[in-house]
Write a protein that binds this ligand. Structure first.
Ligand code: GLY
Length: 322
C-alpha cells in the first residue's frame, strides 16, 4: 500500500470516489441502504483497480476464485457466494442467493450453475492477460526470494514477462495489499446494510475461502445497531468475528468509531500488526473506521455533501473540501 506509484494512487482514489458516488445516487433517489451498498461494490468490481470482480487476484494455479456477501439489517437477510469463477458481479449474485433461494450461501460449481440459470453476466477471457502477467511476476518473486535470487533471475527462469504491470509487482512482490472491497449504508428509513466482495489473497490455495462471505467475520448488519465490513487477512479476521464484534460494541456504547478501534485492538491482540481494517455505520448514521495496516482506502458521502470524500492513509482526514 505505502509505495503505490502516484498513478496508482490517483486511480485508487478515483475508484473510491466513484464507488461512494454510485451509492449516493441510489440514496438520493430514495433507494434502500441495501441497493446503495451493492451499487458501491458493483462499481468497484467493475473498475479493475481493486481486488474484486475484474481486478481479482489469482490463486496459486492462476485461476480466479471470488467470495462476496450482502446483509440487510431489517430482517438479517444474508446472501453469500464463495469460490466462484467468471461471474461479473459476485455481490449481485449474493443478493440473488438472499432473495431467490432458501439458502444463505452457495459455493463453487453450484453457485456458478445458479448464476447461469438466473442469467447473470459472466466475464469472458477471465483472468485477463495483464492479470496473468502479474501472477507470473509474483510467482517469480516468490521463487527467487526462496532461492536467494533477484527478481530478474527468477523471471528469466520462468520465462515471465511483466510488461506494464512491472512497477506494481516490484512494489508489491507477493501480494500483501488486500484491497477487498466493501460498503456499508444507512438510508432515510433508518435501515442499514453491508456488502463485500473479494478475489481473496494472492496465490492462495485453490479452494481457500476467506472471511468475506462469512457472517460476522467479513460483514454484519442489524437495524438499530449498525453495519460493518472488513478487509485484510481473512485467516485472522474470521478468528475474531471482527464485524460482529464491531456491532456488539456499538450496541454496548453507541459509538461506531470507538467500536471499530476496539475491534482492531482485539485483532491486533491475537494476531499482531498489519492484519486489516473495518468500516462501520451506527444506528443513527454515524461512521467509524479503524486499521492496523499502513493504509486503507475509504470513501464516504452523506446528505448535503457536494461530493464524496476520500482518504487512504491512517493519519489522513477526509478531503471534505470537495
Ligand atoms: N479479506 C479477504 C480475504 O482474506 O479473503
Amino acid at each position: 500500500m505505502r509505495g503505490m506509484t502516484p498513478e496508482r494512487e490517483t486511480r485508487y482514489r478515483d475508484g473510491l470516489r466513484s464507488a461512494a458516488s454510485a451509492g449516493r445516487a441510489i440514496l438520493e433517489a430514495g433507494g434502500s441502504a441495501m441497493d446503495a451498498a451493492i451499487a458501491a461494490v458493483v462499481d468497484m468490481e467493475n473498475g479493475g483497480t481493486f481486488n474484486a470482480g475484474l481486478g481479482s487476484c489469482l490463486t496459486s494455479a492462476g485461476t480466479v476464485e471470488m467470495d462476496a456477501a450482502v446483509m440487510r439489517g431489517s430482517d438479517r437477510g444474508i446472501g453469500a457466494v464463495a469460490s466462484i469463477t467468471s461471474v461479473a458481479n459476485p455481490v449481485e449474485l449474493s443478493r440473488a442467493v438472499m432473495d431467490r433461494t432458501p439458502h444463505c450461501m452457495l459455493a463453487a460449481d453450484g453457485a456458478l450453475a445458479f448464476a447461469r440459470e438466473q442469467g447473470f453476466a459472466l466475464r469472458e477471457n477471465f483472468p485477463p492477460p495483464s492479470r496473468l502477467a502479474e501472477w507470473e511476476g509474483k510467482r517469480a518473486r516468490l521463487k527467487a526470494r526462496a532461492a536467494g535470487k533477484t527478481l530478474e533471475q527468477g523471471l528469466a527462469e520462468l520465462g515471465g514477462v511483466l510488461g506494464d504491470q512491472e512497477d506494481e509487482v516490484r512494489h508489491d512482490p507477493v501480494g500483501d495489499d488486500h484491497d477487498t472491497v466493501g460498503a456499508v449504508a444507512f438510508d432515510s428509513a433508518g435501515g442499514v446494510a453491508a456488502a463485500v466482495s473479494t478475489g481473496g489473497i494472492w496465490l492462495k490455495m485453490p479452494g481457500r475461502v476467506g472471511d468475506s462471505p462469512l457472517p460476522g467475520a467479513g460483514f454484519w448488519a442489524v437495524d438499530a445497531a449498525g453495519a460493518s465490513v472488513a478487509t485484510g487477512t481473512g485467516e485472522s479476521l474470521m478468528r475474531v468475528m471482527i464485524c460482529k464484534h464491531v456491532i456488539d460494541r456499538i450496541e454496548s456504547h453507541g459509538d461506531p468509531e470507538r467500536a471499530c478501534q476496539e475491534a482492531v485492538e482485539l485483532l491486533e491482540k491475537h494476531f499482531g500488526p498489519n492484519q486489516g481494517g473495518v468500516i462501520a455505520v451506527g444506528p443513527r448514521g454515524g461512521l467509524g473506521w479503524a486499521i492496523n495496516t499502513n493504509g486503507m482506502g475509504r470513501s464516504m458521502w452523506r446528505g448535503g455533501m457536494k461530493d464524496a470524500a476520500v482518504a487512504v492513509w491512517p493519519d489522513e482526514d477526509w478531503d471534505r473540501a470537495r
